[in-house]
Ligand binder design. Structure first.
Ligand SMILES: *Cc1c(COP(=O)(O)O)cnc(C)c1O
Length: 387
């Protein structure tokens, strides 16, 4: 089919041409005297995206999933107790990883469509008078349901309970797109990956640790090797890595940081809010509902519920086969019940309108009772007014 596949999934996201070009270069000597000129500023500038001054950023040749493991295994001791709320496939997978790694997991089920219940969290931490919980695992943006949790509220709850647990935050689909304040929110380990807000191919786990977490990493006795922060710290200090880095990816990350910081993080957040808001207005015009309940709507992905009796997979299939647009599927418990529209990364008003038009055509083809052009009209009016 002519034209590019219109990539509207919540990761991998579109890679800007400047990043693709920056990565298209010959292999180089990663032990050369000039390699640190590339890596050191990248690690420094990452802190501006995570919004931390006192923390330290790390890049591993891996993916976001590894970031969960890096946070858990570097700072905790075997069998330590961790607390997690589950409200979608990604919080589920993080919980499952903690179990498989042998940590004692206390999991609280939350209705899919809502995020972390901060009042319940505060009550639970207050009840933990022996401070047995060593870490709180918080999924900032649950990509499976398009739900954003209030991490400032999580920090407030932890402080109100005077609890010393570490705060780990999965920001894979929020960092570099949505408001994220590592320092202000007192986050101890912030986890991200390259293929979402950073607009790169998959292949890097991108993290930042607080000083508190770095101190814990010095004494943590959980066995680790490839993911050991100590090896990164020892080599990063001089601008090198413990093993061969993916040099094209580091060049791509350099360009990604240039693009993000030139736009300015506040502007990046505002752009994602607008893209999301236009999408939400289109969804409303179609008479459909988000999986996210009021107050939890994500600015990087909208998960759209289909009415009873409809199969959301049908929309995905028509969209892909007939219109060459890729949408996100419903995962596990919500498979067939919802489809997801990604509005993350390298997108603007017009590319978003293309996605909305593609969804709208697929909905019409699948027999949804909607007015042709209604979603596009709602979104474009909003984009025009707020541009
Ligand atoms: C994509 C994603 C992950 C997993 O990242 P991978 O790079 O696929 O390992 C984890 N958490 C969230 C919230 C995500 O969106």
């Amino acid at each position: 089919m002519a034209g590019r596949n219109h990539l509207t999934i919540p990761g991998p996201t579109n890679v800007p041409h400047e990043i693709l070009s920056a990565m298209h270069l010959p292999m180089e000597d990663h032990r050369s005297p000039i390699f640190p000129d590339l890596l050191k500023p990248v690690l420094e500038d990452l802190k501006k995206v995570f919004r931390t001054e006192t923390g330290q950023a790390f890049v591993f040749p891996a993916t976001g999933t590894a970031g969960w493991e890096i946070a858990l295994t570097n700072t905790l001791n075997p069998g330590d107790k961790v607390l997690i709320y589950r409200f979608g496939q990604f919080s589920h997978l993080w919980m499952s990883m903690a179990q498989r790694l042998g940590f004692e997991v206390e999991m609280h089920e939350v209705e899919w469509g809502k995020g972390i219940p901060v009042d319940a969290l505060e009550a639970r931490l207050l009840a933990d008078s022996e401070q047995e919980i060593k870490a709180v695992l918080a999924t900032h943006n649950e990509t499976a349901t398009g739900v954003t949790s209030d991490i400032a509220g999580v920090r407030k709850a932890m402080d109100a309970a005077q609890h010393s647990a570490l705060l780990f935050v999965d920001g894979v689909s929020s960092i570099a797109s949505m408001e994220f304040n590592m320092e202000e929110w007192g986050i101890d380990a912030a986890v991200s990956g390259s293929q979402k807000g950073f607009m790169l191919p998959a292949g890097l786990a991108i993290l930042a640790f607080s000083q508190k977490a770095l101190t814990a990493a010095k004494t943590g006795t959980y066995p680790r090797c490839f993911f050991d922060l100590k090896d990164q710290i020892a080599t990063n200090k001089d601008g090198y890595t413990p093993y061969t880095p993916s040099t094209p990816m580091i060049h791509g990350l350099r360009k990604s940081l240039d693009i993000l910081l030139e736009e300015g993080m506040k502007n990046v957040y505002a752009r994602h809010y607008r893209l999301a808001e236009g999408t939400r207005l289109a969804i409303k015009a179609w008479g459909l509902e988000l999986c996210a309940q009021a107050g939890f709507e994500s600015d990087t992905v909208s998960a759209v519920m289909v009415p009873e009796g409809k199969d959301a997979k049908e929309i995905l299939s028509v969209a892909f086969n007939k219109y060459n647009i890729s949408l996100g599927a419903g995962l596990t418990e919500v498979a067939g019940k919802l489809f997801r529209i990604g509005h993350m990364g390298d997108m603007n008003d017009v590319s978003m309108l293309g996605s909305i038009a593609g969804v709208e055509m697929a909905l019409l083809d699948c027999g949804y009772d909607i007015q042709a052009g209604s979603g596009v009209a709602a979104a474009l009016e909003y984009y025009r007014e707020t541009a």
